[in-house]
Design a protein around this ligand. Structure first.
Ligand SMILES: Cc1ncc(COP(=O)(O)O)c(C=O)c1O
Ligand SMILES: [Zn+2]
Length: 392
C-alpha cells in the first residue's frame, strides 16, 4: 500500500497567464506558446488539518512541512536531512541599533541551500518516473542535484562554466554526475541544457523552468517564521542569482497567512546582486518591470553571475510589493564582508552570503534600514568550496 504524505497540492498555475496544470503530469514551463512563463504549485490550504503546534513532533528537516510540499507518495521523498538550519544572531560585529540574524544554510547536504530545491525536485521527478536529469549550474546546484540523484538512483548531467572553482567540479563528479565544462556563463550553459533536453530524454531541472525547486526553497520562509515564533522580520536580504529563494520565501509567507499561522505583515525584501550582473538592481532603479541581460565578467560569488534571471518580472514585482530594495556589491566589498563574518562571528560564509553583510551595512548607513528593525540575512552556502578564489 502506498503511504501518502498528505500533501494538499491541488494544481500548478502559470504566473504569467494564469492557466492551470495537473501536478500528476510532467511539466516545465507554461505550455502556451506566447507565454512560456513559470509554473507555481497551489495547495488547498483551507482544508489543512495540521496545526503549527503539530510541528513539534515533525522531523528536523524541511519535510516537516510535507503537507505543503508537492510529493504524494512518502516513499518518493528523497532526503539527505536538508533544512531546519540554525538562525544565528550577529553578536560581535556592530549592528547599530538593529538586530541582525543570519539563517545559516551552510550546514545543508553539499553545503548550500540548493539542497532544499533539489530534494524537492528530485523527489517529484522520482514520483513522475523521470530517470535522467540535466542542469546548468554556477556550482552549488550541480553538486546538490548530483547528491539527490545518487540517492534516488538517477543519472545526472551538469553543465558548469569552466572558470568555476575546482571543488564544485570534483564534488559533482564524486557524487556520480557527468560534468561538462563550458566556455561561457550560466546563460550559455542554460542554452546547451535546453538543446540537450529538447533532443534527448534528459529532463531539464533549470531553476524555475522546473516547478518544484521553488517548493523546496520556500521552506526557508516557513522556517524563518517558525524560528521567529511566527513573526516575520522587518527586512530580508537575499543573494539573488535566479531569484528562486526570494520568490520561494515570499510564497511561503502568503501560504502561511492563508493557513492563519502568520498575519498580513510582510518583510521588505531586498535582492542583493553582484556588480557584474546587476540587471535587477538597474531595472528597479529605473522603474522598469523587466530587466535586461547584463554580464560584465566574473565574480567570486559564482552563484550571483546570472545575467538575466528567467523570473526577473516576478522578482521585481516582489521587491516592489514588499516596499523592498535592490543592491549590488563589488567583489572587493564581498571579500571584506566575508573576512569580517569569519573573524568576528566565526562563520565561513559563501561569498554570496557575504555580499549581504556589505549590503546591510550600506543600507543602514543610508538610513533605509532603521534603528530597532529586525533584519534577516540568508547565508546561502558554505565558503569552503570557494577557497581557490579567496586570497588569505
Ligand atoms: C551560495 C549561493 N547563493 C545564492 C545563489 C543564487 O540563488 P538563486 O538562483 O536562488 O537566486 C546561488 C546559486 O548558485 C548560490 O550557489
Ligand atoms: Zn502562461
Amino acid at each position: 500500500m502506498i503511504k501518502q504524505t498528505g500533501t494538499l497540492i491541488s494544481h500548478l498555475v502559470c504566473e504569467g497567464c494564469g492557466r492551470t496544470y495537473d501536478p500528476r503530469k510532467i511539466y516545465t514551463l507554461c505550455t502556451h506558446e506566447t507565454c512560456r512563463y513559470i509554473l507555481s504549485a497551489r495547495y488547498n490550504l483551507s482544508e489543512a488539518k495540521v496545526k503549527k503546534e503539530d510541528l513539534r513532533t515533525q522531523p528536523a528537516n524541511m519535510w516537516r512541512y510535507k503537507e505543503f510540499l508537492p510529493v504524494y507518495n512518502e516513499e518518493c521523498i528523497v532526503t539527505l536531512g536538508e533544512g531546519y538550519t540554525p538562525l544565528l544572531k550577529v553578536s560581535n560585529l556592530p549592528t547599530e541599533g538593529t538586530q541582525v540574524f543570519i539563517k545559516d544554510e551552510s550546514g545543508n547536504p553539499t553545503g548550500s541551500f540548493k539542497a532544499r530545491g533539489l530534494s524537492a525536485a528530485v523527489s517529484k521527478a522520482k514520483e513522475l518516473g523521470i530517470r535522467k536529469l540535466v542542469i546548468p549550474t554556477a556550482g552549488n546546484a550541480g553538486g546538490a542535484l548530483a547528491a539527490y540523484a545518487a540517492k534516488a538512483g538517477m543519472q545526472t548531467l551538469v553543465y558548469m562554466p569552466r572558470q568555476t572553482p575546482e571543488a564544485f567540479k570534483k564534488e559533482a563528479k564524486l557524487l556520480g554526475a557527468g560534468v561538462i565544462e563550458i566556455d561561457g556563463n550560466i546563460s550559455d550553459c542554460g542554452k546547451l541544457v535546453q538543446q540537450k533536453s529538447a533532443n534527448e530524454d534528459w529532463f531539464d531541472v533549470s531553476t524555475l523552468k522546473e516547478p518544484y525547486r521553488l517548493e523546496g526553497k520556500k521552506t526557508m520562509g516557513y522556517e524563518i517564521a517558525e524560528q521567529l515564533n511566527w513573526e516575520v522580520p522587518d527586512i530580508i536580504l537575499y543573494p539573488t542569482g535566479g531569484g528562486t529563494g526570494l520568490l520561494g520565501i515570499w510564497k511561503a509567507f502568503s501560504e502561511l497567512e492563508e493557513l492563519g499561522w502568520i498575519g498580513a505583515r510582510r518583510p521588505r525584501m531586498v535582492a542583493v546582486q553582484s556588480d557584474c550582473c546587476n540587471g535587477i538592481q538597474l531595472a528597479f532603479q529605473q522603474a522598469e518591470t523587466e530587466s535586461v541581460y547584463k554580464d560584465s565578467g566574473a565574480t567570486i560569488a559564482n552563484g550571483l553571475r546570472v545575467p538575466h534571471p528567467y523570473a526577473n518580472r516576478s522578482i521585481l514585482k516582489v521587491i516592489r510589493e514588499s516596499n523592498g530594495n535592490a543592491v549590488s556589491v563589488s567583489d572587493g566589498d564581498i571579500l571584506t564582508a566575508l573576512r569580517e563574518l569569519a573573524s568576528r562571528e566565526g562563520l565561513l560564509v559563501a561569498p554570496e552570503g557575504a555580499a549581504l553583510w556589505h549590503a546591510f551595512k550600506s543600507l543602514k548607513r543610508s538610513g533605509w534600514i532603521r534603528e530597532g528593525e529586525k533584519v534577516l540575512l540568508l547565508n546561502t552556502g558554505s565558503g569552503y568550496k570557494y577557497f581557490d578564489n579567496i586570497p588569505v
